[in-house]
Design a protein around this ligand. Structure first.
Ligand code: GAR
Length: 211
C-alpha cells in the first residue's frame, strides 16, 4: 500500500509541484493526499487544487504567538487525513517539539544547500560570499535541531564565477525538483538514497498503511 503523504508549504510550491507530478506516475511508491500552508495566500495552494489535491491553509496568524497551538491544528489535520509521511517543501516556520516529535522519522525537508554547510536562511548569498565552488541541496529527516537531521539525498551544482544569487538559486532549484521526488520514493520503499553507505540510511522497508 502506498503511504499517504502530505506536503507543507509557505509560498510558491515548486517543490510541491515536482512531488505531485512525480506521484502521478502509477509506479511512484507514495501518494500525495494533502497540501497545507501556514499562509492562505501561498501560490502553491492554488496549484495543488488545480492538480486535484486537497489543499488548505492553517493561518499561523490566527494563533498569535502560540506556535504549539498552530502546530496542534496542523497535526490534527494530518492525523485526520491518515497521513503517514510529511514533506516540508519551502515551509518557512521553525518547528516546535510538538510537530517534530509527532512526526519523528516520518518528516522530510528539502534545504537549498549542501548540509551541513549553510543551514538556515539566505543560503545562496552565503555560498557566494564564502566563495565555495560547489553548492547544492539536501533532503533530510527533520529533527529538533534545524536543518541537522539525517541526510537522505543531496545534489551538487557548480558555482560559476559570474553567478548572481538568482542564477545559483535557479541552478539549485532544478536539482531540488529532481532529488525530492527521488528521496521520497526511496524513503517510501525503505531504500537508501544518496549515501555511499547503504547501512547509514533506511534498511527496513516500512509497512505503510498497516497502522
Ligand atoms: C526551496 O528552494 C526550498 O529548498 C527552500 O525554499 C524554497 C521553496 O521553493 N526551503 C528552505 O529554505 C527551508 N529552510 P518552492 O516553494 O518553490 O518549493
Amino acid at each position: 500500500m502506498k503511504p499517504r503523504t502530505a506536503i507543507l508549504i509557505s509560498g510558491r510550491g515548486s517543490n510541491m509541484a515536482a512531488l505531485i507530478a512525480a506521484a502521478r506516475d502509477p509506479a511512484f511508491p507514495a501518494r500525495i493526499d494533502l497540501v497545507l500552508s501556514n499562509r492562505p495566500d501561498a501560490a502553491g495552494l492554488r496549484a495543488a487544487r488545480l492538480a486535484g489535491i486537497r489543499a488548505e491553509a492553517v493561518d499561523h496568524r490566527d494563533f498569535g504567538p502560540d506556535r504549539a497551538a498552530h502546530e496542534a491544528a496542523i497535526d490534527t489535520m494530518l492525523q485526520t487525513a491518515n497521513i503517514e509521511i510529511v514533506c516540508l517543501a519551502g515551509y518557512m516556520r521553525l518547528l516546535t517539539p510538538l510537530l517534530v516529535q509527532a512526526w519523528q522519522g516520518r518528516m522530510l525537508n528539502i534545504h537549498p544547500s549542501l548540509l551541513p554547510s549553510f543551514p538556515g536562511l539566505h543560503t545562496h548569498a552565503r555560498a557566494l560570499q564564502a566563495g565555495v565552488k560547489l553548492h547544492g541541496c539536501t533532503v533530510h529527516l527533520v529533527t529538533q535541531e534545524t536543518d541537522a537531521g539525517p541526510i537522505l539525498a543531496q545534489a551538487a551544482v557548480p558555482v560559476l564565477p559570474a553567478d548572481t544569487e538568482d542564477d545559483l538559486a535557479q541552478r539549485v532549484l532544478r536539482q531540488e525538483h529532481a532529488i525530492y521526488p527521488a528521496a521520497l520514493a526511496a524513503f517510501a520503499t525503505g531504500k537508501p538514497v544518496g549515501s555511499p553507505d547503504p547501512e547509514a540510511c533506511l534498511t527496513n522497508p516500512p509497512a505503510w498503511g498497516t497502522a
